[in-house]
Design a protein around this ligand. Structure first.
Ligand code: ADP
Ligand code: MG
Length: 763
């Protein structure tokens, strides 16, 4: 409610502001109009003043026109008239004098002729005067015609002229009288003579007066002409003035009309604005009223609300007071809580810190362990043990003997189970290939090893197992389905080709056989010749076999030729190849030498593919002579191989490479960072279970070296020779290396030494 009240209040304020704004606008407009009207009034005033000026000018011109020239002219004429009248008077006076003189008798005056002549002259003068008068009348008429305003003057002039005429008339009458008198006087010659004489004298005077009159007349005429000219100019000026006046009048009317219009417009605008203002005010007022009404309504609502809210307010006040109390107490409480929280936090931090320190310590230890184990794993990974179970073949025959004794774990491809004498024994290797595993699949697992030899690693792949378990099948395979040997070489070729841009590689192949601890070259000209293994004279500690043939191969075809050659050699050398091959170790040694053209770096990797002799035990009682010798050699070399692998995996200081030709020959391919794969071949047939058991035990023992040092030593304790394996076959069926008690280290080392001695003496 408060909020709505505030809102309404705000709205009201806003409206008031709006109203004020409108009023201000209105005032501004009014001011504007006022200034406009003032401006216009000023203009009107100036126009009026101009008008007045013009009127004055006109009146001035008018007065000039009337008062100056015409009146002057009239005055002049009047003066002239007066003057003439005076002259006339003077003339009359003279005439009277003459008449008086003539009355004196001088009838036959000798001057009578002269008198007549004079009279003639006089009459002529009179005539001339007459003419002049006429001319004057004409001029008067002209003047009368030119201006009405001069009418009065002219009238006066006329009057004066008339008077003059009258005077002249009178004068002429008098002249006539005088003439009559003269005529009468002529009768009295003496008197006349005198009179004539006087007249003569007088006439000269009259002549002069006439002349003067004439000149004056002429002057008057000139004056009249001048006056006419002036009149004309004045008329023109008058016309011009009238024109200007008309123009000014038109302008004035125009201005007035404009003024009128502007005034009307202004009035209209003012009215419109007034209306607008009124309208706005009304609107604002009505809106304000509506809003006020709404506010009132709201207020009423608020009031009712307030009434209802009062109890709530009371409770709120109560609550508020409570809260206030709490707030008052809060800082204390907060401080208390903060103190305890801080203490707790610092304690927790301390704990966490300690834990962290502990964890860090453990982590570091773990890291170290991990590193150690990682190194171990890398090393162990270099020696791996696979198992491959061949399928049941026709040679296994049928019946219970050919029954399958080997099963697999569906979830773990590293485990297989052997049913031996009614008991199932489980074995765990690095990987187990079931019978259906193809050559391709097997090679897939091996190819990484093969390619590492391009990078300069030495690699050994052994096929171990009893005769007929599939060693040769895995290593050599068939023509249609080649084994590791051919596939490895093919892979090496393709790899070398892909690196040909930067590297030059040469691949050489040797093939050898170890039979009865004698090494023979399968590719040499003298297969019967026994080869020796010797130390390199360069002091590198490396071994080499002088006289061992090395074929450089450049294609798959070359390899096939080499294999064929070796095979033929082997076949021609023995009467029974199968029998012979099962009694000897066959080695294919591939050497890959690389040169990095850009850096000059050289690498050498050796791939040793070994098809071992059959691991089956020869009956202790049955074997004699050469068979026994063969068996002993095989036993020795296979035991030595196991021994070496064990020594390598358990990182013993001494690795007994020299205990057999095989391990001695492969010394540099087994030690260091070399990689070894033991492929343990087994037969699944029921009749072979005892040999299968032995092979798997060998495999697991080789592999079980991975268990820590103690276990390794424990394993060492049970590390068997081939003969031991034989003895085991009738013994416990428990998986080897599992659950065996660990003897004490001291005991172990003495035992291991005795076993090694035993192994050595057994050879
Ligand atoms: P070993 O070399 O160990 O004496 P062989 O490789 O000669 O054994 O194999 C004996 C017989 O078994 C041969 O006829 C061989 O073709 C066959 N054989 C071995 N392994 C397989 C296999 N994985 N698949 C099919 N036949 C096999
Ligand atoms: Mg074979």
């Amino acid at each position: 409610v408060m909020a709505s009240m505030a809102h309404l209040q705000k709205e009201k304020l806003r409206l008031q502001e709006e109203l004020l704004e409108l009023q201000e606008k209105l005032a501004a407009q009014e001011n504007n109009e006022l200034s406009l009207s003032l401006q216009l009034q000023g203009q009107v005033e100036t126009l009026k003043a101009k008008l007045l000026e013009q009127a004055q000018e006109i009146s001035r011109l008018r007065s000039e026109l009337g008062g100056t020239d015409a009146e002057k002219h009239r005055d002049l004429l009047a003066a002239e008239n007066e003057r003439l009248r005076q002259e006339m008077k003077a003339c009359e006076a003279e005439l009277r004098e003459l008449q008086r003189q003539q009355q004196a008798p001088c009838r036959d005056c000798p001057h009578l002729q002269e008198n007549a002549r004079l009279q003639e002259q006089l009459s002529q003068l009179q005539r001339e005067a007459e003419e002049t008068r006429a001319k004057l009348v004409e001029l008067d008429l002209e003047v009368q015609q030119k201006t009405n305003r001069l009418a009065e003057v002219e009238l006066r002039l006329k009057d004066s002229l008339a008077e003059r005429a009258e005077e002249e008339e009178r004068l002429s009458r008098r002249l006539r009288d005088s003439q009559e008198t003269i005529a009468s006087l002529k009768s009295q010659p003496q008197q006349i003579k005198y009179i004539i004489k006087t007249v003569e004298v007088e006439s000269a005077k009259a002549k002069q007066a006439l002349c003067e009159t004439q000149s004056r007349n002429q002057y008057l005429q000139e004056q009249v002409g001048m006056q006419k000219q002036v009149l004309k100019e004045m008329e023109q000026q008058l016309q011009r003035s009238q024109k200007t006046e008309a123009q000014l009048r038109a302008q004035i009317t125009m201005y007035e009309a404009e003024l009128e219009r502007a005034h009307g417009q202004m009035l209209e605008e003012m009215q419109a604005m007034e209306e607008e203002k009124n309208h706005a005010i009304e609107e604002a007022f009505s809106r304000a009223q509506v809003e006020m009404k709404a506010v009132h309504e709201n207020l009423a609502g608020v009031r009712t609300n307030l009434l209802t809210l009062q109890p709530a307010l009371r409770t709120l006040t109560h609550d508020y007071n409570n809260l206030k109390r709490q707030v008052r107490d809060f800082p204390l409480l907060l401080q208390e809580t903060l103190r305890s929280a801080r203490a707790e936090i610092s304690q927790a931090i301390e704990e966490v810190h300690n834990t962290n320190r502990e964890l860090l310590r453990k982590y570091r230890r773990e890291l170290q362990l991990r590193k150690k184990w990682h190194n171990e794993l890398v090393r162990l990974k270099n020696i791996r043990v696979f198992g491959r179970v061949r399928p049941i073949t026709k040679e296994d025959g049928d019946g219970p003997e050919a029954a399958n004794a080997v099963t697999f774990d569906a979830d773990d491809d590293a485990v297989l189970y052997l049913l031996h004498k009614g008991k199932q024994v489980s074995f765990e290797l690095d990987k187990v290939f079931p019978p259906q595993a193809s050559q391709e699949e097997v090679f897939q697992e091996v190819q990484a090893l093969v390619t590492s030899c391009i990078d300069g690693y030495n690699v050994c792949i052994f096929a171990y197992g009893q005769t007929g378990a599939g060693k040769t099948y895995t290593m050599e395979g068939t023509a249609a389905n080649p084994g590791i040997n051919q596939r490895a070489l093919q892979l090496l070729f393709s790899e070398v080709r892909s690196k040909a841009a930067d590297w030059d590689y040469t691949i050489t192949v040797s093939a050898a056989e170890i039979y009865n601890e004698a090494l023979r070259d399968l590719l040499g000209k003298e297969p019967q010749e026994k080869l020796e293994i010797k130390l390199c004279p360069d002091g590198s500690g490396q071994l080499y076999v002088p006289g061992l043939t090395e074929f450089r191969v450049q294609s798959v075809e070359d390899i096939n030729k080499v294999f064929e050659f070796g095979h033929i050699k082997r076949v021609t050398e023995c009467t029974n190849l199968n029998e012979h091959s099962s009694r000897s170790h066959a080695l294919l040694i591939v050497t890959v030498r690389g040169l990095d053209r850009s850096t000059g770096l050289r690498t050498t990797g050796k791939l040793n593919l070994v098809d071992l002799a059959g691991s089956e035990r020869v009956g202790r009682s049955g074997a004699e002579g050469s068979r026994l010798r063969e068996a002993q050699h095989i036993n020795k070399s296979l035991s030595a191989l196991g021994d070496v692998i064990y020594a390598l995996r358990s990182r013993q200081g001494h690795v007994p490479f020299r205990n057999s030709k095989l391990t001695y020959l492969l010394q540099d391919s087994l030690s260091g960072d070399s990689k070894t794969l033991m492929m343990v071949q087994v037969s699944p047939a029921e009749k072979n279970t005892s040999e299968t058991l032995c092979s798997l035990k060998f495999a697991e023992r080789v592999r079980s070296v991975e268990l820590g040092p103690v276990s390794r030593k424990a394993e060492l304790g049970s590390w068997p020779s081939q003969e031991h394996l034989e003895g085991d076959s009738s013994g416990s069926a428990a998986p080897p290396g599992r659950g065996h008690a660990s003897p004490s280290p001291g005991h172990l080392s003495s035992r291991s030494a005795s076993i090694r001695r035993k192994l050595q003496t057994s050879g």
